[in-house]
Write a protein that binds this ligand. Structure first.
Ligand code: SF4
Length: 358
């Protein structure tokens, strides 16, 4: 499969150009019900490096509407603990929906269906399952638990919150791969304009000024890994998804079709490894994203304030009921020697609790 790539800063025109170059319209069935699935993980402006730029949505909609496709909607659910409506406004999607007269559906409020997968049955949004043409609009960025997130992991927003929690108790890798084997986006357009290369919640965006388009989510993630300098083994769900029939990770330099050239050569900055370094004493076992992110945010803030944390920290559902000899983060770790309550705890509570031990 070919991957189309473009460089620049204008998400709207870049998205439109990518779709034109790939002749996307010729692949969409007439009168298809088209669903756009961005990354609205939390209420944070895309400039912070976590969420899909509104221009990707508007460029995509302009292309689809100008080619006569009318049955289009945007659907997403933010992560557990975040309000999707708030994320929708923070990212400027309200203005896009109004301008193009396209509905937005918060999948947290909608029905889901139990679907068999190679791992276990899972509950998936009915709207996503009934789409004729699913367009995945992820951000290429780092992730504090899976190292990177792009096309495959973005599909987690197609789940009700209860299923999202189960993903974490199942260790993330297998459920992400299994979901990708039953929800296969027809088209993927990656926002790699300024993703945070270490942390899915953003905060340290890195300008990479690039977008790319493809038709195979596994291949797109493999390409994203190559850009970030990550061996595929560091993101195990990609190969697992491939083995379960979600797509193929193979691509060669001839498969990359460039629509223009980058301004500053072709250097993609590697992740700094800051999150890995900050979490070197963290023992995570089936930790929810929001919980782990609150801890990482706390460690970031303490580092910025010049406070080092050398304590052993335990986090996640796997530590429930275990009397671990360190600091337990969140209600699951209430049996630890020292703890902070919350499900998830706020980063402020984590900082206060860690500081009180000094
Ligand atoms: S305490 Fe944290 S890891 Fe445990 S269930 Fe709550 S959010 Fe998840």
């Amino acid at each position: 499969m070919k991957i189309y790539e473009i460089f620049g800063r204008d998400a709207h025109s870049m998205t439109f150009s990518l779709m034109e170059a790939a002749d996307v319209a010729s692949r969409i069935p007439e009168n298809a019900a088209i669903v756009l699935k961005p990354n609205l993980v939390l209420d944070s402006s895309p400039e912070n490096g976590a969420t899909t730029h509104a221009g990707v949505l508007s460029g995509c909609l302009e292309y689809l509407l100008s080619h006569g496709f009318q049955n289009v909607c945007i659907s997403e659910s933010s992560w557990v603990g975040a309000n999707t409506d708030r994320s929708f406004r923070a990212c400027g999607y309200d203005r896009v929906c109004e301008k193009y007269n396209v509905p937005f559906y918060d999948l947290k409020k909608e029905s889901s269906e139990l679907v068999d997968t190679p791992f276990r049955p899972m509950s998936i949004s009915s709207r996503i399952l009934s789409a004729d043409y699913l367009i995945d609009l992820p951000v290429l960025k780092g992730h504090c638990q899976t190292n990177m997130t792009c096309a495959l992991k973005n599909l987690k927003g197609c789940l009700p919150d209860q299923e999202k929690r189960r993903f974490h108790s199942d260790g993330l890798m297998k459920p992400i791969a299994a979901l990708a084997s039953v929800v296969k986006p027809n088209l993927i357009i990656v926002d790699s304009l300024c993703g945070d290369l270490n942390f899915e919640e953003g905060g340290n965006p890195v300008e990479t000024n690039r977008m790319f388009l493809g038709f195979d989510a596994v291949q797109i993630d493999a390409y994203g890994c190559q850009l970030m300098g990550l061996p595929l083994e560091e993101v195990p769900y990609i190969s697992l998804a491939e083995s379960w029939g979600a797509g193929s990770s193979a691509f060669s330099p001839d498969d990359i079709i460039r629509l223009n050239d980058p301004e500053d050569g072709n250097v993609y900055p590697n992740p700094s490894g800051l999150v890995k370094q900050l979490t070197r004493n963290v023992h995570a076992d089936r930790a929810c994203s929001a919980c782990f992110a609150a801890l990482v945010r706390a460690l970031y803030q303490m580092k910025d304030a010049g406070v080092s944390v050398d304590r052993e920290i335990f986090i996640g559902q796997g530590w429930r009921g275990k009397a671990v000899p360190g600091f337990g983060c969140g209600n699951c770790c209430r049996s630890a020697l020292h703890t902070v309550d919350g499900c998830p705890p706020s980063s402020t509570a984590v900082i206060d609790a860690l500081k009180s031990l000094r």
